[in-house]
Ligand binder design. Structure first.
Ligand code: AMP
Length: 116
């Protein structure tokens, strides 16, 4: 049996986390180490996809739902609805949790840096 990801353990209520919203297939968490005034994570409830490449190949409808959910969250958490969506993909690109998730970053992002 593979170990549950930190996001699954938060979803299951086994460790604390600030879940802000959910749908039947997704949930949103406030990032514990924010890199922007608004820094949310949008996460499929299933942990079967390690990264966005696997998600796009395995369940493109879920990826589309994820983007729509991120858009809704950005509208709720910002004045203007503008946001940056980041999927770190692979350890050398900064991915540390191998349960696919999108970073939703907003506020004070006028520079062109793409790092989360
Ligand atoms: P990544 O490095 O792209 O895999 O993103 C993982 C993100 O999860 C990082 O931005 C972490 O700050 C965040 N994170 C790790 N543990 C927690 C937690 N317990 N609650 C909320 N966010 C977390």
């Amino acid at each position: 049996m593979t170990e549950r990801s930190i996001f699954t353990r938060i979803l299951d209520g086994d460790i604390p986390g600030e879940i802000l919203a959910e749908t039947d297939r997704l949930f949103a968490l406030r990032d514990i180490a924010p890199q922007a005034p608004v820094h949310l994570l949008v996460i499929p409830k299933t942990s079967e996809f390690r990264d966005v490449t696997e998600l796009a190949a395995g369940d493109p409808a879920l990826l589309s739902e994820l983007i729509a959910f991120a858009t809704r969250l950005a509208q709720e958490h910002t004045d203007d609805g503008d946001f940056r969506l980041v999927f770190n993909t692979g350890a050398n690109a900064g991915q540390t949790v191998f349960h696919v998730h999108a970073h939703v970053l907003a506020g004070g992002l006028n520079e062109k840096s793409v790092g989360a």
